[in-house]
Design a protein around this ligand. Structure first.
Ligand code: AMP
Ligand code: GLY
Length: 409
């Protein structure tokens, strides 16, 4: 098949890499140098419809949320083109936290107790209903991971209401482990991908400011089969049934003592979760994506996965997440690949003399697997150690939270 991937980050590189490995012809708009190096064709610019026509593709899959919210799926369908993703209306599940929380309540999907407010005064009053600290304050709109403040004092909470407001969700703080649970949906039914875990903060030990995600791993032990089935039954299937949702539905879960609760919905694959997922996937991704483009097409389908866990370590640029620096020359990619790892590119570009240079906050997602999680971690960091650029930063503890499941075994 000829498949167009919309986007140009690490997630899209991983999707393209998987599809190329499955023998498909891949175009990416705008794409990135890593996709091109792996054999895909980058189509620069932002006219996705023109790109799909120019490349005469059979299918399009959308990576980031912005084109979904802007209605790219509605636009492609109106033209009779096959595309995997939600409509603009259903993308509101990610674009508006107020909409999303109300949807969860209306649908009976477990989530943190919350209040929705539209003015700073109401927000300050609503805080009285959340006397226990910490309390969580969330801005309504898309904020690239920066719209959430966990306030540990009453004064911090009031300050958060003033800075993030006026349209806010205020909610109780949940305790548990976070899991990224993603399902592919066709408007009627849904098929789960393997659970993954992200690492959101910039520094080890889950400290420092939030980022888009500093690393991930995919391991069949993150949830038991019963827990996975429970999430499908209580979260994914009710959402798909109510919305006729198609595309990737990503539930950011907190596994609390009272069961899984949804922290947020995204309407796309996660980044960097996708890098670990694509590395571990063991089936024809293109075939299952094509099935998902038709209502009911996923009936009887499922994904296959290698047993070996996979790990993705993000290498970020100097100054990330506040003010990433661009233009630092990247070396060692071939040595890293020679270890057997796959280096997915995100914030990169070809500079003068065809040197690869940094061009964004999250620069690379170095991904590898192993027979067990300790080996997957060791192999990934071995590859990371071969790569250098000025100001490079990465966490040393990616996937460490998964080791307890191997030690107990
Ligand atoms: P969100 O954008 O809603 O996923 O929030 C970003 C991050 O804030 C999450 O990944 C969690 O680490 C944290 N967070 C959000 N809501 C809560 C909550 N109710 N309780 C505890 N942590 C939360
Ligand atoms: N890694 C979190 C996200 O993609 O939203």
């Amino acid at each position: 098949m000829k498949i167009l991937v919309i986007g140009g980050g690490g997630r899209e590189h991983a999707i393209a890499w998987r599809l190329l490995a499955n023998g498909h012809t891949v175009f990416a708009c705008p794409g990135n140098p890593g996709i091109t190096a792996h054999g895909g064709t980058s189509i620069p610019g932002g006219d996705f419809l023109a790109a799909a026509r120019q490349a005469d593709v059979d299918l399009t899959v959308v990576g980031p949320e912005a084109p979904l919210v802007a209605g790219v799926v509605d636009q492609f369908r109106a033209e009779g083109l096959q595309i995997v993703g939600p409509t603009a209306a259903n993308a509101q599940l990610e674009a508006s936290k107020m909409y999303s929380k109300q949807f969860m309540v209306d649908t009976g999907i477990p989530t943190a107790r919350f209040a929705r407010v539209e003015t700073v005064e109401d927000g300050l009053r609503a805080l009285e209903g959340f006397p226990e600290l910490p309390v969580v304050i969330k801005a309504d709109g898309l904020a690239a991971g920066k719209g959430v403040i966990i306030a540990h004092t009453a004064e911090e909470a009031r300050e958060a209401v003033r800075t993030l407001g006026p349209r806010l969700v205020i909610e109780e703080f949940l305790i548990g482990e976070e899991v990224s649970f993603i399902a592919l949906c066709d408007g009627k039914s849904a098929v789960a991908l393997e659970p993954t875990q992200d690492h959101k903060t910039i520094f080890d030990g889950d400290t420092g400011p939030n980022t888009g995600g500093m690393g991930s791993y995919c391991d069949g032990r993150i949830l038991t089969a019963e827990q996975g089935a429970d999430v499908m039954r209580t979260v994914i299937e009710p959402a798909v049934a109510r919305l006729g949702f198609s595309g990737f539905l990503y539930a950011g879960l907190m596994m609390t003592a009272a069961g899984p609760k949804v922290l947020e919905f995204n309407v796309r694959l996660g980044d960097p979760e996708t890098q670990a997922l694509m590395h571990r996937m063991d089936c024809d991704f293109g075939e299952i994506l094509l099935a998902a483009a038709e209502p009911g097409g996923l009936a009887g389908k499922s994904f296959d996965w290698k047993t070996e866990p996979s790990v993705c370590v993000v290498m970020s640029a100097a100054g990330y997440p506040a003010t990433p620096r661009a233009g630092d020359r990247i070396t060692g990619l071939e040595d890293a690949a020679a270890t057997g790892a796959v280096v997915f590119q995100a914030g990169t570009k070809l500079g003068a003399g065809n040197d690869l240079v940094t061009a964004g906050g999250r620069v690379l997602g170095v991904t590898a697997s192993g027979t067990d999680l300790p080996e997957a971690i060791a192999r990934t960091y071995d590859a990371v150690g071969k790569i250098a650029f000025d100001g490079a930063h990465y966490r040393r503890d990616i996937a460490a939270k998964g080791l307890k499941r191997w030690q107990q075994a």
